[in-house]
Design a protein around this ligand. Sequence first.
Ligand SMILES: NC(=O)c1ccc[n+]([C@@H]2O[C@H](COP(=O)([O-])OP(=O)(O)OC[C@H]3O[C@@H](n4cnc5c(N)ncnc54)[C@H](O)[C@@H]3O)[C@@H](O)[C@H]2O)c1
Ligand SMILES: [Zn+2]
Length: 362
Amino acid sequence: MGSDTVEQPAGEIIISSDRRYHALIGEHLLQEIGERCRTIGFSGRCAVITDTNIAALSADRVKQSLSSAGFKPTLITIPAGETSKTLEQVGAICDQMIAAGLDRQSFVIGLGGGMVSDISGFVAAIYERGIPHVQIPTTLLAMVDSSIGGKTGVNASAGKNLIGAFHHPSLVIDDVDLLKTLPRREFNQGFAEIIKHAIIADAEMFTALRHVDLSNLAPLVRRNIEIKSRIVAKDELDQTGERALLNFGHTVGHAIERAGDYREFLHGEAVSLGIVAACVISIKKAGLPKDQRDAIADLLSAFELPTRLPANFPREKILDGLQFDKKFQGGKVRFVLTPAIGSAHLSSDATMEDIRDAIDQL
Ligand SMILES: NC(=O)c1ccc[n+]([C@@H]2O[C@H](COP(=O)([O-])OP(=O)(O)OC[C@H]3O[C@@H](n4cnc5c(N)ncnc54)[C@H](O)[C@@H]3O)[C@@H](O)[C@H]2O)c1
Ligand SMILES: [Zn+2]
């Protein structure tokens, strides 16, 4: 398991002494995928799992690069959208991989946003009891969040991400060119996780985000990968509470997502509201200065993320949603608070009453 002293050299992600891999971050990387996979020792067959939107934009280039490097890629396209993240779809993908002759020496490439990251990673975790996974994230959220940390899985009818496995990728390739076709709302929601990282771990990045250069995103992606992987390295299996810091803004955020039936808000938008709620509670229970709460709300707004609920939103449903939150199991409230931008801690001081008040203020 990792320790506090884990160093994170540029581009290399170190989760623990026996688990390290590279994240390549830059432009025009899609055409290098075949070569990069060869360099890390892969050969033979692979499955490229993607969704219908991305298949039309990028699948040909990925297949071409793999074929030129001597691989035998099989493209598996699933419908775009969170409704594809199911066990049924996992079974269908595995059947296609078996039919294509993939074996224990084969590997899986996930080409897509967080939905594809999660399901392709889970397929890699269970196919032939586990084969390597290469992540090619195509959304900002997937680059800075879901492709890092090894959490893979699918949704159950009772809730999101209830079925899964830890399975770290062998390689992550972040081609920031891919972000040019991302719809604006999808792009902006990635900043909710980036601002979350700044609040919990990086005050300097928080300040820099006011003047971020959107035409040069590679340094920002790199910095966020470093933040997330450093936190994951301290608590790979989400057991000590260190990794739980990444849930800042997510307790209320998830409940808002659920209350809006996963249609009203994108994940990052709901997290933006959850961050504002967590700041209100942090003022009360962790001494967060009010002007820092204002600065956080301003920064979220600068990326067109919501900081207030619409007047007609069913607020009462948000509290119902909290009962389903994994962090509330056993009746114990574990809430991430920030005493100042750049730091966070897990606390049991926040009560249901505090949470109710914070939601009322949204
Ligand atoms: N494993 C983790 O640690 C982790 C962390 C955060 C989120 N997640 C998961 O990530 C998922 C959300 O990810 P997401 O927000 O990336 O959603 P997504 O994968 O559904 O992508 C959003 C939309 O953008 C489209 N798209 C993707 N890349 C594109 C591109 N380059 N150009 C044009 N369109 C593109 C997709 O087809 C889709 O319609 C959720 O399932 C969530 O549970 C997992
Ligand atoms: Zn999130």
